[in-house]
Design a protein around this ligand. Structure first.
Ligand code: URA
Length: 251
């Protein structure tokens, strides 16, 4: 996967200032900083797995990137015609996913809002603008990552997706993860974390730690929309995303 030019220092400083790091000092000489002890991977209580609905795409992992891309396209076409749950009734678009189909990092949100429903793309409203800045702050562009949601159709009035709607859409998300084969996943917010981890633990207890989803190390952090409502969540989110950046860089 190609990397873009580094984010200008001025943009990173503006973002850090925005999230509460008001004073940043330049060191006169390099100082050795001991790495913080690695946070233990959390074992969360897991609900008994519910059967995944069979989708019309093959279940076996496709080998090459070309085959995976072709399968992703047929999966998107299947989703575009999906009527598995009531969310199909009110949608303008099916918001399947966007970004690099071979990305090292895949981020998963809750479900489309009004702007996403209008444009057919994930995270293009106000929360999406903040997500773009967060990604820039860890040296990534949206084109380099893959972004998807737990449910692909907008829940009316931006309500939480219901468990049966999450379940109806689960096969698409699981297959997207299998096809992208990311090195790391990020679950954005409670709904995504609960759907991916099969837990109902409060987000405050499961964020900032590494979990495993389909064999992929997965960081849970706050949803960008929550950061827009509560500035105090910006700093812990930045700390979570620094862990993501460091683990990506470590390969
Ligand atoms: N919130 C989400 O969880 N996903 C989107 O695509 C937009 C807002």
């Amino acid at each position: 996967m190609s990397r873009s030019a580094p984010t200008p220092l001025s943009e990173i400083l503006a973002y850090l200032n925005d999230i509460g790091y008001g004073e940043i000092y330049r060191r006169s000489r390099p100082v050795a900083i001991a790495a913080p002890p690695a946070a233990p991977e959390l074992t969360v209580p897991v609900r008994p797995p519910m059967p995944t609905p069979a989708l019309s795409t093959p279940a076996a992992p496709a080998a090459g990137a070309g085959l995976r891309l072709a399968e992703m396209e047929s999966l998107a076409a299947a989703a575009a015609a999906c009527t598995r749950c009531r969310l199909a009734e009110g949608r303008k678009s099916v918001v399947f996913g966007s970004g690099h189909p071979d990305a090292d990092l895949m981020l998963i949100g809750e479900g489309p809002g009004a702007e996403e429903d209008r444009q057919g793309l994930p995270f293009v409203g106000p929360a999406g603008e903040l997500l773009t800045k967060i990604l820039q702050a860890i040296g990534l562009t949206r084109e380099e990552v893959y972004i998807a949601n737990v449910v692909k159709c907008r829940p009316p009035g931006n309500r939480d997706p219901q468990p049966d709607e999450v379940q109806a859409c689960r096969g698409y998300l699981e297959r997207q993860i299998a096809l992208v084969q990311p090195k790391l996943l990020v679950a954005l917010g409670r709904i995504a974390a609960h759907a991916l981890l099969g837990t109902e633990s409060p987000i405050g207890q499961i964020r900032g730690r590494w979990h495993q989803v389909q064999g992929v190390p997965t960081m849970v952090t706050y949803h960008p929309a929550a950061l827009l409502r509560n500035q105090a969540l910006k700093r812990p989110t930045w700390e979570d995303m620094q862990q993501v950046r460091d683990r990506l860089r470590a390969g």
